[in-house]
Design a protein around this ligand. Structure first.
Ligand SMILES: CC(C)(COP(=O)(O)OP(=O)(O)OC[C@H]1O[C@@H](n2cnc3c(N)ncnc32)[C@H](O)[C@@H]1OP(=O)(O)O)[C@@H](O)C(=O)NCCC(=O)NCCS
Length: 177
């Protein structure tokens, strides 16, 4: 019997999700060298993660979405809006998908959700991100959502003594423009 591909469910993160997110981050850190952290994780405690989610929930220009398949957390996507008055129209994007779920449209669905949030948001005007310059999969995804390359951060990542450049990409405007 052919197993039907389960549907992706997306919802906003809640403080009670903190441990699940920390467990997820530990897994994806060891699955990909395209992130800014490896198997060592981000070094966040349970309390740090709870506070981060609370801060995001209260912030007008930030959001964190979780993607689930069969109740398993398979993706985290977030926009981290800047807090200073002169920069609060800017948010930085982060996205990851569990390796076993790559190439099933999860990244695309999470990006669509983030872009919808940004386009409806009264504060946000610009989104920026950094991506390893050889991460063609992610770059293709970002370009399909209107992100353009604005620069390079040479050698920003150093993994086992090898350096990797990252691209800076931005998306301006959206439905508001
Ligand atoms: C990058 C990532 C988020 C993409 O998620 P995903 O769920 O696999 O993405 P999707 O299935 O929605 O596919 C997105 C597109 O990439 C394309 N793609 C897949 N592999 C590709 C490759 N090697 N080169 C170019 N495009 C590729 C797909 O065909 C699809 O494009 P299409 O819709 O035009 O056909 C995921 O691979 C990931 O989490 N990687 C590790 C962490 C990471 O790199 N995060 C980004 C850091 S900036």
């Amino acid at each position: 019997m052919i197993k039907k591909r389960s549907k992706l469910k997306i919802r906003k993160a809640r403080p009670s999700d903190a441990q699940m997110i920390l467990d997820y981050l530990a897994i994806i850190g060891s699955e990909s060298d395209n992130l800014t952290f490896g198997s060592e994780g981000l070094g966040y405690s349970f309390e740090d993660e709870m506070k981060t989610i609370e801060t995001i929930s209260k912030s007008k220009n930030s959001v964190m979405y979780l993607g689930f398949k069969d109740e398993v957390l398979v993706s985290v996507a977030n926009l981290g809006g800047k807090s200073r008055d002169r920069m609060k129209h800017y948010a930085t994007l982060g996205l990851s998908v569990r390796q076993a779920y790559w190439n099933q449209g999860v990244g695309k669905a999470m990006m669509a959700k983030l872009m919808d949030f940004a386009d409806r948001n009264k504060v946000l005007e610009m989104i920026d991100l950094e991506v390893r310059s050889d991460n063609h999969h992610a770059i293709h995804l970002y370009e399909s959502f209107g992100f353009v390359r604005t620069g390079v951060m040479p050698k920003l990542m150093k993994i086992n003594d090898s350096y990797f450049d990252t691209l800076v990409m931005i998306r301006e405007g959206g439905l508001k423009s």
